[in-house]
Design a binder for this molecule. Structure first.
Ligand code: A2P
Length: 317
């Protein structure tokens, strides 16, 4: 396995297992299989509604001696309902309880978006709270407290554009250590990646395979299907691997972390093995040329007129 390192030298495996869309009743076996296959990095979040089952699987794997806690790298994310400074630690402790852990390796602000506490998924403007009322700097202070209290070893964000990274870091005592964003060849986010790499912010690529198992309501009718594109299937033939492995290798070769999701043992194994696949610089460049700034996860589910949130505001500079 390849690793990237945080500023303090802590290592994080380049490939982690994504657990978004991993269903209850299924994810226990997935985690146990993944640990057996050698996965040590797991990407979780409160909003995925499966942390309890993931925790049971991790707990059992530790109990039978397959792995120990120190070998694992576990990430979770703060949901939008708990952006108030004093609520961050409450949310983190809830995730720790669900996961059966006494610390996380990494805690991320899931979205630069605040919601009312009793609204899990917003449906109207009134469900939202403006960033003028709960500034991201307040939420970040809550994250710093979690770090000081030893509840997590690293802190970061997700779905932040460059300007939001700059704004939060301007008043931060502890700088942002990770930005997890959608990244794949159709959305390579070169500028954001360069900015992060210049500022000691590691970058995790979510939806590295284009998340074809998203809810149909999240999909455009004409959306591209990464895994079916000729270019990746032709490269797969050339390297004697699969299209998914080409996509994951591209992410790892450009020094991002990748968190492909799978619940299938064969595909879990393939995805992990992709860490060792080296693509030639000519093929990396060929893939780099595919960027069309296409987002599979558009963030339009937070866009309500009068809420202060818009897709343009999320991703624009
Ligand atoms: P499955 O869970 O049945 O393996 P993303 O990580 O971009 O969100 O994509 C996850 C989707 O990609 C899931 O539908 C998952 O299906 C599928 N997937 C994961 N790994 C592979 C693979 N190696 N080959 C083909 N499809 C894959």
């Amino acid at each position: 396995m390849k690793y990237l390192t945080f500023k303090n030298g802590d290592a994080i495996p380049a490939i982690g297992l994504g657990t978004w869309k991993s269903k209850k009743g299924e994810v226990y076996d997935t985690i146990r299989n993944a640990i057996n296959l050698g996965y040590r990095h797991f990407d979780c979040a409160h909003v995925y509604e499966n942390e309890r089952e993931i925790g049971a699987a991790i707990g059992d794997a530790i109990l039978v001696g397959e792995v120990n806690r120190e070998e694992l790298f576990i990430t979770s994310k703060l949901w939008n309902t708990h952006h108030r400074g004093e609520d961050v630690i409450v949310a983190l402790k809830n995730s720790l309880t669900d996961l059966g852990l006494d610390y996380l390796n990494l805690y991320l602000i899931h979205w630069p978006v605040a919601q009312k506490k009793d609204v899990f998924f917003p449906t109207k403007a009134n469900d939202m709270i403006g960033l003028d009322q709960i500034p991201l700097s307040e939420t970040w202070q809550g994250m710093e407290e979690c770090l000081l209290d030893g509840l997590t070893r690293h802190i970061g964000v997700s779905n932040f554009n460059q300007q939001k990274l700059i704004d939060v870091n301007a008043s931060a005592n502890v700088k942002i250590e990770m930005n997890q964003v959608e990244l794949h060849p159709l959305l390579k986010q070169e500028e954001l990646l360069e900015f992060c790499q210049d500022h000691h912010i590691l970058v995790t690529a979510y939806s590295p395979l284009g998340s074809p198992d998203r809810h149909p309501m999240m999909k455009a009718s004409d959306e591209p299907l990464l895994l079916e594109m000729d270019i990746f299937n032709n490269l797969a033939k050339k390297y004697n691997c699969t299209a998914a492995q080409i996509l994951i290798a591209w992410a790892v070769n450009r020094k991002t972390l990748a968190i492909p999701k799978s619940t299938n043992v064969e595909r879990l194994s393939q995805n992990l093995a992709a860490a060792n696949l080296e693509l030639s610089s000519a093929d990396m460049q060929l893939i780099d040329g595919l960027d069309i700034s296409y987002r599979f996860v558009k963030g339009d589910f937070f866009e309500f007129e009068g809420s202060g949130y818009s897709v343009a505001g999320l991703w624009g500079q």
